[in-house]
Every structure is written in C-alpha cells, then in structure tokens.
Design a protein around this ligand. Structure first.
Ligand SMILES: *Cc1c(COP(=O)(O)O)cnc(C)c1O
Length: 380
C-alpha cells in the first residue's frame, strides 16, 4: 500500500494522522480549536495569515483534507458537512441548460437530488447503466458531467473508471467518481483518469457511525471547475464544524485497519451466502463469478470493501423474515461502520427487488457474523 518511495504507506500515514502532534504542548492528538474568529495585532495584521475566520480556516478540517488528499493522490481536496453537500458542490457547477450523464442504480439520494435539480435548472439528465460500456457508448454525447459510482450501492456493480475517463474526455465532460464503497484505501480513481473523486466520509472514512461528512478530491487544482467549487464552499459556507472534524480524524486513524478487516470478512460472508441453499444471488465484486470481478481486480487493491447484497430465495416476505431474525447485524441504513448493518432497501426504494438485502460488514468476528446469517436464513 506504499504510494511513493520514501513516503509512508497509507496505514502509517493514517495511524499518525499525518504527524498531527500539537506543536504547543506536544500532545499526540491535535487540539480542537473552536474559535470562529481570530485577533489581529496592534498594526491590524492577523497573528496568523491562515487564521482569519473559521468558515475556511479550521486546522482540523485542513488536516482531514490533507490526509484524504494523500490517500487519493489528489492535488487538492475539500471536506463538506455531509456526502450530499459534496455531491451538490460538483453538480452546482453545471450551467443552466447543460447536460449530466449519470449512472443508474446508484445511491438513491444522489439520483433523487440530481433529478430534481436538473428539472429545476433545465439541465438534460441522461441516466444509463455505466457498468455496461455498450449502453454508455450508445448515449455518447457532449456533457458537462459524467457521474459514476463504483462499486455501486446497492447493486455492487463495478464501473470501468479508465474506460469512462476516455469517454468523458471525448464528451468534454468532467468524470466524477463516487468512491464511497471503495474507500480511499482500496482504490484511487484519480490515478485512473477521473477528474474528481467523491466520498461520503460518513461511511468507512469515519467508520463509527457518529459523524456526517463528505469529501471531494481533484486531479487538477487549477481547473476552472475546481476553482468554482472552492469558491462556492467558502462563500456559500458548506463547512464542517471543528468537533466533527476532530471525530472524523480520530476515526480515520484506524481506516486502513478497519477496511482490511471488513473487506476480508465481507468476502467470507459473500462466499458463505453463495453456498447457502436459501440464497439466490450474491452481489459482491470480490467473488470470482461476479461480472465486474476482472475490472475490480484492476482498479482495486487490498480488498473489495464492506458492502454486499444478496437475494433471498422467495419473495419480499422471505427477506423480511430473514432480517427479523438477525441478532448481530443491526437493521439500519448506512454502511462502512465498525458494526454490521443490514437493510431491506425495497422498504425505502421501491425499484429495488423485495427479496434483496444489503449488508455492511463491520469488524466483528466473521465466524459470529456468518453464524448469525445462518440462524436467520434457517427461519425462512
Ligand atoms: C451515504 C452515501 C452518500 C451520501 O452521503 P451522506 O454523508 O449521507 O450525505 C452518497 N453516496 C454514497 C455511495 C453513499 O453511500
């Protein structure tokens, strides 16, 4: 996992939070600076040029950004108070009357928001299954943004980022990758040609289900679009608070370790489910039989993430019976936390098959998790 010679590996970088020692006290944990404003001296010069007003001057926010920039090989990056705030910061750069090409079957909140936004702003929205490059080629046209998510949520489709980067280039579009399920540890979409990588840092990056956060990292910090995004965050004020940033950094210290454990357990869970007679389909890019496996091998390393979905033999009721009997997997939305979660997406998103269950595998003992699933499936 070493990025460059002579620079620390990601696990070292995160464990030490990029060297976040408090210079004043030597504390090994950075202090929380909660001030919103900073004094000037007798000559009216700020005591520190980097500390004027908290909307853009919080050291903890900068520290979190720097860590994620290094992991994503981003020239620059920004934290936002939620993943959705990061999503819309990109979308708002699309002019009225523009065009967005967006992958189908992705995080529902992104689909819904983009549809509403495009309708309001006379932006043409083309929705297409970007995991199917033939389908994507059919709609090939000029566009402002090509939005993909890989692995996708909840169908775990793998999208070929490098192939999409070529297409985006010929379409004159910005390629944005929602890499939430891949985490900054397993994949670096900017290296594959993406212009912007986006994360809901609420998920694995924080990892403890106690902070909402979002991140954008860019390949070219001098691009016009990136400048628009930077200006908009500063002027429109979608900024994280220092307490949240502190919690986020605390969570990130164990990110590589958690991702390693969750990915290895998720693969074990997926393999168990494949062999189970009451399970029809298992969607997980780590399975050698998965349609996206070869591409996932190329663009991910160190594992395939904590998210997977499967279809219970039978109907919606069969799936609801199964989750009703789970004890370790908590019935809740979200993903990437230390605790394992299960969600019946159809309850919230009608288009998702009624017998599909989505799992976020946490850091518990994998044998315990498998036993829990085995007991619950026996009740179907
Ligand atoms: C959760 C999530 C989002 C939205 O992020 P929030 O932090 O909940 O605002 C976007 N994309 C994906 C893939 C997600 O899982």
């Amino acid at each position: 996992m070493s990025d460059h010679k002579n620079t620390p590996s990601l696990d070292t970088l995160f464990a030490q939070a990029n060297g976040a020692i408090d210079p004043q006290t030597g504390g090994v944990v950075p202090p929380i600076q909660s001030a919103t404003t900073f004094v000037r001296d007798e000559a009216n010069v700020p005591l520190s040029a980097d500390h004027i007003y908290a909307r853009d001057d919080n050291d903890l926010v900068r520290l979190g950004e720097n860590l994620l920039n290094r992991a994503e090989h981003a020239e620059a990056g920004l934290l936002f108070p939620s993943g959705m705030a990061a999503v819309v910061a990109v979308m708002r750069t699309v002019p009225n009357g523009g065009r967005i090409i967006q992958q189908t079957g992705i995080y529902w909140g992104v689909t819904k928001w983009t549809r509403d936004f495009c309708a309001r702003r006379q932006i043409e929205l083309i929705e297409v299954d970007c995991a199917d490059l033939e389908e994507l080629r059919k709609v090939a046209t000029t566009a402002d943004v090509l939005w993909i998510e890989t692995p996708s949520n909840p169908y775990l489709k793998t999208v070929d980022v490098a192939a999409c980067a070529d297409m985006a280039k010929s379409a004159g579009a910005l390629l944005v990758v929602d890499s939430t399920a891949a985490t900054p540890i397993l994949s670096q979409p900017l290296d594959l040609g993406a212009d912007i990588v986006m994360h809901s840092a609420t998920k694995a990056i924080n990892g403890h289900s106690d902070v909402l956060a979002g991140y954008l990292g860019c390949r070219d910090a001098s691009s016009h679009i990136w400048e628009m995004i930077v200006t908009d965050r500063h002027d429109a004020g979608a900024i994280m608070g220092p307490f949240e940033a502190w919690l986020l950094i605390r969570g990130m210290r164990t990110l590589p370790l958690r991702v390693e454990r969750m990915s290895s357990s998720a693969l074990k869970v997926a393999e168990f489910l494949v062999a189970h007679p009451k399970v029809n389909t298992v969607l997980y890019p780590g399975l050698s039989t998965d349609p996206g496996h070869q591409i996932a091998l190329r663009q991910m390393s160190g594992g395939f993430g904590s998210l997977l979905s499967f279809q219970v033999e039978g109907n919606k009721q069969s799936a609801l019976t199964a989750i009703g009997h789970l004890k370790l997997f908590k019935r809740a939305t979200s993903l990437g936390g230390v605790e394992s979660l299960v969600e019946h997406r159809h309850t919230i998103e009608e288009a998702v098959p009624g017998n599909l269950l989505r799992l976020s595998v946490g850091i518990e003992n994998a044998t315990d998790l498998i036993a829990d699933l085995n007991d619950a499936l026996a009740q179907v």
